[in-house]
Write a protein of this length. Structure first.
Length: 73
């Protein structure tokens, strides 16, 4: 299938973060627009579940985006 974008969280850690869901790995994550760093958010078994989680991340990014989880990939 592929990777699905679910929107952006802007201006966190001097960066804009795109929220993505990989339909093969079932992983939902945020990817930095400039740095390309990745923050693992969690797992979602379906597109609908991933969309719900992405909406929650956009509404309260400080709750879901733990920057100590930054991965340099």
């Amino acid at each position: 299938m592929g990777t699905f974008p679910f929107g952006w969280v802007r201006g966190i850690e001097k960066e804009n973060w795109q929220i993505l869901w990989d339909s093969q790995t079932k992983s939902i994550y945020a990817k930095g627009a400039i740095s390309k760093k990745v923050i693992d958010i969690g797992q979602s078994s379906s597109w609908e579940e991933a969309k719900t989680l992405a909406d929650m991340v956009q509404n309260e990014p400080e709750v879901y985006l733990t920057f100590s989880q930054l991965d340099n990939s």
